[in-house]
Design a protein around this ligand. Structure first.
Ligand code: PLP
Length: 355
């Protein structure tokens, strides 16, 4: 695969040592390539100076929401190297998302080469401070210059990168979560398992309402019966109930998180009883009432794990594990971040080093 590289003539000052936040500062370059159905392939792959994108006002993405994305991080190890965590999983998931939205596939080997080449060019932007990383945001959208509703003929794929701060600057504080029984995020047969912008658009209203009430996220119920637990905010969710670690099964409306998958694999290997199954709201509320809910946490690339200290359902508040981070949650955090930042040896083949 040929990737043309045009370096910027005006490199920006790196913001290291300053407050990074999340997704506010961007690096010097971006990756871009185009797809055309008649050509039948991706073309004009290039790394160019970071700049605004110009679109035709009728572009498909602006009207019909044809957009998918990924999120992964490059981590700086103590010896100064830069590495990725399970990028092949992001590449496969993006192809699954593309299939759902009728956007084009990117061959796995090409995508991996693109990721590695781009990160190699932007490597110096990977921050050094504890807990910081270089967040990568690959995204693809339909870009036909016509209002007709039809299969996408032209698409664009980009990767942008942003140095991000530690998710836990003031230590890991358990969050308060509101159980949402009105809006739903996704339904089976819909796009819940695809990482697409539209799912986020549909989630905004409930998230905003929860925030107004002093909660940081909502716990989503299934879109058909509003009976089963699905996800928490934009993270997957796990519970430890009476010794068993339970996470909702991937029924089609749940995003198959790579952190979720890694947690399941690590805990299974450690000998925990881990079940991917349906978990009803009734089972969860019973476990909260009789004290068998031992731990609850969200998991995703941004936070790694986010302990849940309080759950609220119909104005009844339940405290989880005395509002403190649990033993399993802490262990998952230590192991995953240990592997990602190279403090623990990777025995799973999850790490991809960048030259
Ligand atoms: C991205 C995402 C997750 C977490 O996936 P990771 O691969 O672990 O980062 C979970 N739920 C939703 C809705 C997401 O968009």
């Amino acid at each position: 695969m040929q990737i043309k590289i045009t370096k910027t003539t005006a490199p920006k000052e790196k913001p290291f040592g300053k407050e990074l936040g999340f997704g506010k500062i961007f690096t010097d370059h971006m990756f871009h390539m185009k797809y055309n159905r008649e050509k039948g392939c991706w073309y004009d792959a290039e790394i160019v100076p970071f700049a605004n994108i110009s679109l035709h006002p009728a572009s498909t993405v602006l009207h019909y929401g044809s957009e998918i994305f990924e999120g992964l991080k490059a981590y700086r190890t103590k010896s100064g190297n830069v590495q990725l965590f399970r990028p092949i999983e992001n590449i496969r998931r993006m192809n699954n998302s593309a299939e759902r939205l009728c956007l084009p596939q990117i061959p796995e080997e090409d995508a991996l080469e693109i990721y590695k080449t781009f990160v190699s060019v932007e490597k110096d932007w990977t921050p050094y401070d504890e807990g910081t990383s270089l967040y990568l945001r690959p995204f693809m959208f339909g870009n036909d210059e016509s209002l007709g509703v039809h299969a996408v003929h032209n698409a664009d794929f980009y990767i942008i990168a942003s140095p991000v701060g530690s998710y836990y600057k003031e230590g890991i504080n358990p969050v308060k979560i509101m159980i949402e029984d009105e809006d739903v995020r996704a339904v089976r047969g819909g796009t819940g398992y695809a990482k697409c912008g539209g799912n986020y658009a549909a989630s905004n209203r409930a998230g905003e309402r929860a925030e107004q009430k002093g909660y940081s996220q909502v716990l989503w119920l299934d879109g058909v019966e509003r009976k089963y637990i699905e996800e928490v905010g934009a993270m997957n969710v796990m519970f430890k109930i009476n010794g068993e670690v339970v996470t909702p099964a991937l029924t089609g409306s749940i995003l198959p998180g790579i952190t979720r998958k890694s947690c399941v694999e690590l805990l299974t290997k450690e000998g925990y009883k881990v079940s991917e199954r349906l978990l009803s709201l009734e089972e969860l509320t019973n476990a909260m009432k009789d004290g068998t809910l031992e731990e609850a946490w969200g998991c995703g690339t941004a936070a790694v794990v986010s302990p849940i200290g309080e759950l609220c359902y119909k104005d009844i508040k339940y405290t989880v594990n005395g509002g403190k981070i649990g033993e399993v949650t802490q262990k998952l955090y230590d192991t995953l971040t240990g592997i990602q930042w190279g403090k623990i040896e990777d025995t799973h083949g999850w790490i991809v080093k960048i030259d």
